[in-house]
Structures are given as C-alpha cells and as structure tokens.
Design a binder for this molecule. Structure first.
Ligand code: HEM
Length: 489
C-alpha cells in the first residue's frame, strides 16, 4: 500500500508538471482536475456557449486545460483582434494534431489548414492563393464557372416543381462542384454516381472529424498506439483521401505540361521544377493534402452559409421581398447577376453580410497556437499554447453591434442606405491565417444568393414548423434540416 500511495503521489506530481506553465501573469480560469483538466466545463456540442458562460466569470481571456494541453480562449472583438492582427505572427502557428499523422499529415508543415506556421505553409498558401486568383487560365473565369453552376442549381430546383424539399443536397452539389472545377477542371452532373459517392465520403469524413474519438486521440495521443484504434477512428477520412487519390491519378493520365487546366495541373507543373520546389512542399503527398483541404474548408462552409441565408428568408419574408426588388431594379429578370452588380446593391450585400454574422457558422474558428511567448490583454501566453478565437463572441459583440442577437441587415447600412462593413465583421477570421478562400466564398455567396432569389421566392410549406435558429455544431454550425418550397418568379 505504501507503493500505492507513492505511485499515486508520483502520478499526481507528474500530471502537475505536465501542465506546468508560466503561472505568473497567466490568464485566470476554472479549477483544473488531475488528468482531465477542465474538460468537464465544456459542452463539446456547443463549446461557444460554454465559453460565453466562462467569459462572464473570468473575463475576455481565460485559460482551460484539455488534459495536458494548455488552452487560452479569446473573446470579444478587442481581444481577438489583438491576437490575430496586432500579434499576428506570434499567434500564427497551429496545434499539432497527432491523429493527422494517420492520414498522412506529418509532424512537419503539410497541407494548409493544419500546417505548422513556417516556410512550407507560406509557400503553399501563396501558391494556392495566386492559382485561385488567376483561375481560368485562358478558359472560363472562376466567376463565370460559379454563375454557370448557379444556373444548374436553379434548373435542379425547378425540377422539384414547387414541392417541399430539403435544399441541402442540391446546394451541397453546387458548391462542391465549384471546388471540383477549381481543383480538377470539371464538374459532375448532380445525378452522377461517382459524385454521390464523393459527397457521401466527404460528409462521413467531416462528421468523423468532429466526433469525440478523434478529439480524444489528439488530447491523449498514446491511445493511437492501441492496435486498430487509428484505423477505426479515421475510416471515413481514409476513404475520402482514397477517392481524392483516384481523381488525381485520373487527372495525371491526361496531363499536358503545355496547358494548365486547373489547380492540380498547376501543382503538377510546380512539382516538375525539382529540388527547390520540393523544399517548398511541392510533392505528391502535399498535392493530396492541399486538395483535400480545399474540399474540407471550401464546400461545407459556403453551402451551410447559403442554407442559413434561405432559412432567414423564410423567417423574414419582408427582407426577401426587398432583396428581390433590388435585384429587379439593378439586374432585372433576364440576365444573370455578376460581381459588378454588387456595388449597386447595398441592401442585398448587407443581407448577405448579416447572414454570415448572425449565422455565425465557424463559431470558435480554427485553433491557433502561439509561435513564441506573447502578451495578450496584459497576460503572458507562453509559446506553444493553444489559442481558441471565439469568433461567435466577435460577431455578436454587444459593444459593436446594435442588435447582436437579432437578424438585422441594417447593421451593414449607413443612414443613407449605403453599405458599410464594421471592423468586427470577422466570419473569415483575420491575420496571417485568415481564410484563404475568402474572395471565392464572397463571390459564391453573392452569385448563388442573388441568382436564387432572382428566379424563386422561398416559402415555408404550410404544414411545416418554423425552422429553428439555434443550429447544430460540428466544427461548423449548420441549420437543423428544414423543408422549403421554391416558387418560380
Ligand atoms: C480557414 C471561414 C470558405 C479555404 C478559415 C478559417 C475560417 C474560415 C474562420 C480559420 C481562420 C483561422 O485559423 O483564424 C470560412 C467561411 C467560408 C469559407 C465562413 C464561407 C462562407 C472557404 C473557401 C475556401 C476556404 C471557399 C477554399 C477555396 C480555407 C483555408 C483555410 C481556411 C485553406 C486555412 C488557412 C490557413 O490555415 O492558412 N476559413 N471559410 N475557405 N479557409 Fe475558409
């Protein structure tokens, strides 16, 4: 029994040492229990709500302890801005996710979304941004592709013939096709079996990622050594990556270095450049990872925002009518909307921004990690601390927004009805890690949303309950399923 007491004291001490941090000037936080830390304080299905409660007690910056990981949560516009903008480089790293090694994401900087801050991430980000910007490469521009897809989406909605239906599948198809076009140069027809499979695998993999097991494995990586556990935990993601591999391989068969069709071609061309390119991360594995990142970060985000948009139109028919009146005035019913129309459509633009603000679809952003010791709000945050940016608390910051908890497009209009964008509008985050697809997402939201409302009026079917506004959280906050009727205009 003495051995027992000794072992208990020893393990408690070890646990304490593992969690040791620079105690002075460290942000306050709830009491941390041995081994599990503060995990009991967090409702993992609604973390932003747990953070809001803790914020009331501890202020805009507080610490948590996720087993042995030190976590600091940042709340409200001022605190989040200080970290992301003023201390941009100090806060630009990402936590290391041991579980990702099992997907081929190594400890090094690979892919973009979870890549560690450093040379390879910078090069990959720069390359991806400029390739997206120069998309088209002599063929149709990205905007034309988005407009074309919006047309396909409207035809598919038309074939529902005004019956109640769930928008989710069609909108997902459309948005996913924009990424397919960008990455692989082509789209799928909505009924295509391979496309259905891709979407299904993709959905499984996202659900899996947000599940409890992968999070536990990241917090306690030793569990990854148990035979069979990683395979079980990441079955969906592996299947998705295998599918991406097939698409890339097919693509390689038809590759012609003289003619760049899309992102994959541009990447393959870079890979040909030899050693320097290899050092910048242009290798086959990274092509898979960056491609998977574009799907993961670029599809569900945009389609979920659009589904919130239509849901708010059901709940606020007067807003829908005003948007349609502006569409009729500026664009008319015949021609398709273009990005040039945006400046002449302050109300529609304000509505889209309000959809993003109120929908608040990435409530706790993506985790960051301090790249070096830094000061935030007068507290010392040691290098290697995980930072959580509570973007929800920024988009609903009571010191900034007139009616933070209501859908109110006037947040983005001045007294003359002109569009204005408050600085606290940060649905894409900010600083070095700001969403890479922001421009594309804005374009998609504007073109899809205006095309849909130009062609249809969305109404709540008579027998349906009023859609809920609270949403479900799994990294992204999406609406509960709802049915809608699309009445042609
Ligand atoms: C990162 C939001 C669409 C690609 C992020 C982050 C947010 C975000 C909050 C985390 C930034 C941070 O770590 O501080 C959104 C929203 C979208 C959207 C609300 C749509 C409405 C897209 C699209 C693409 C994309 C269309 C791709 C084409 C990425 C990538 C990152 C990222 C690659 C990681 C950036 C990095 O770590 O350097 N996005 N996003 N996103 N997003 Fe988006």
């Amino acid at each position: 029994s003495i051995l027992g007491v000794f072992l208990t004291v020893f393990t408690l001490l070890l646990d304490f040492m593992m969690r040791r941090k620079n105690w002075s000037h460290y942000p306050p936080g709830p009491v941390s229990l041995p081994f599990i830390g503060t995990m009991l304080y967090i409702d993992f299905r609604n973390p932003h709500l747990s953070f809001n409660k803790l914020r009331k007690k501890f202020g805009n910056i507080f610490h948590l302890q996720n087993c042995w990981t030190n976590v600091v949560v940042l709340n409200g516009y001022k605190t989040v801005k200080e970290a992301l903008v003023q201390r941009s480089e100090d806060c630009a790293d990402r936590p290391y996710f041991p579980a990702y090694e099992h997907l081929g994401y190594g400890n090094k900087s690979e892919g973009i979304v979870v890549a560690r801050y450093g040379h390879i991430w910078k090069e990959q980000r720069k390359f991806t941004l400029s390739t997206l910007r120069n998309f088209g490469m002599g063929k149709k521009s990205l905007e034309e592709r988005v407009a074309e897809e919006a047309g396909f989406l409207c035809s598919a909605i038309n074939s529902e013939k005004g019956r109640p239906f769930d928008l989710r599948f069609l909108v997902n198809n459309a948005v996913c096709n924009v990424i397919c076009t960008t990455v692989f140069g082509d789209r799928f027809n909505y009924g295509d079996e391979a496309f259905k499979k891709l979407l299904q695998l993709f959905e499984n993999s996202l659900n899996e990622e947000a599940g409890f097991l992968p999070q536990l494995l990241n917090a306690v990586p030793i569990l990854l050594r148990i035979p069979g556990v990683p395979q079980k935990a990441f079955r969906g993601q592996k299947a998705f990556m295998d599918f991406i591999d097939v698409l890339i391989d097919k693509h390689k068969e038809t590759w012609n270095p003289a003619y760049t069709r899309d992102f994959t071609d541009a990447f393959l061309k870079e890979m040909e450049k030899g050693k320097a390119a290899e050092e910048n991360g242009f290798n086959y594995n990274n092509l898979r990872l960056v491609t998977a990142d574009l799907f993961a970060a670029g599809s569900d985000t945009t389609s979920t925002t659009l589904r919130w948009g239509i849901l708010y139109m059901l709940l606020h028919p007067e807003v829908q009518s005003k948007v349609q009146a502006e569409i009729d005035k500026v664009i008319g019913r015949e021609r398709s909307p273009t990005m040039k129309d945006q400046v002449s459509m302050p109300y529609t633009n304000a509505v889209i921004h309000e959809v993003q603000r109120f929908g608040d679809i990435v409530p706790i952003g993506l985790p960051h990690r301090t790249y070096r010791d830094t000061m935030l709000q007068g507290f010392l945050i040691p290098k290697g601390t995980t930072l959580i940016t509570n973007l929800s608390s920024v988009l609903k910051d009571e010191t900034v927004w007139e009616k933070p908890n209501q859908f109110y497009p006037e947040h983005f209009l001045d007294a003359n009805g002109q569009f204005v964008k408050p600085e606290a509008f940060l649905p894409f985050s900010a600083g070095r890690r700001v969403c890479l697809g922001e421009q594309l997402a804005r374009m998609e939201l504007f073109i899809f949303f205006t095309t849909l409302l130009q062609k249809f009026t969305f109404v709540l079917p008579e027998d349906q309950p009023r859609p809920r506004q609270d949403g479900r959280f799994a990294l992204i906050k999406s609406p509960h399923p709802y049915l809608v009727q699309a009445v042609p205009r």
